[in-house]
Design a protein around this ligand. Structure first.
Ligand SMILES: C[S@@+](CC[C@H](N)C(=O)[O-])C[C@H]1O[C@@H](n2cnc3c(N)ncnc32)[C@H](O)[C@@H]1O
Length: 204
């Protein structure tokens, strides 16, 4: 199975559009979007613990826009370093931070400024000093080589056209024997060239 579809796509326009859409999610998550959001969706459909979500800042959980629960895939241990690629407002990131504890590290990366600011604010509101949020792209992670015990990501790689590069980056930052807990979207039928090169359809 191929994970990429080489395509003549305006990648800069796609990233601008993605940042616009997710900037709006950060500012007004109750707005009109085609995808599900928020803590009730996360608890009811994705198996998150509603009590645990209730301890996080409302702004953080309201902007949750993931498609699965990567933290349910495997364990995260105290003292580990976790990197969340496309962390959004940081719901998974803060949950991971509570698992690694004060001796560990939870690093979030997102390319949308409003998401980065929101995740930082949520971490500060929770007093989680082990959280660091860095602005950056999944294809050039601002993370040291061989530094992560666990990489998580939720609903992000489907938005990245350069999928091989994104996976190379995951492999680069993981320690030997590190784990990837990935929640994302896959299709089992090919899209036409016209569909794949349509920026609106990538984010719509
Ligand atoms: C569907 S949202 C999911 C956010 C978060 N993982 C969650 O579960 O709420 C997608 C996020 O990925 C980010 N994103 C999309 N493409 C990215 C890329 N190439 N590099 C870094 N972040 C990206 C967006 O800014 C947005 O915050």
């Amino acid at each position: 199975m191929s994970i990429s579809c080489p395509i003549d796509l305006n990648k800069a326009a796609l990233r601008t559009e993605i940042s616009n859409v997710y900037g709006r999610v950060a500012a007004a998550p109750e707005g009109d979007f085609h995808f599900h959001r928020g803590p009730a969706y996360a608890a009811e459909f994705l198996g998150y613990d509603a009590v645990e979500l209730g301890r996080l800042p409302a702004a953080c959980t309201a902007s949750f826009a993931g498609i699965a629960n990567p933290l349910a895939i495997g364990s995260i241990h105290a003292g580990e370093t976790v990197v969340d690629i496309g962390c959004g407002m940081g719901m998974d990131l803060l949950l991971a931070a509570s698992r690694v504890g004060a001796e560990g590290k939870a690093i979030g990366v997102d390319m949308t400024e409003a998401m980065v600011e929101g995740a930082r604010a949520s971490a500060a509101a929770c007093g989680l000093s082990q959280v660091e949020v860095r602005k950056g792209d999944a294809t050039a992670l601002p993370v040291e080589t061989g530094s992560a015990d666990v990489v998580i990501s939720n609903g992000v790689l489907n938005l990245v056209p350069e999928k091989e590069l994104a996976f190379q980056e995951i492999v680069r930052i993981l320690k030997p024997g590190g784990r990837l807990y990935l929640g994302d979207i896959a299709v089992d039928a090919p899209f036409t060239e016209e569909v794949r090169s349509n920026v609106d359809l990538w984010v719509a």
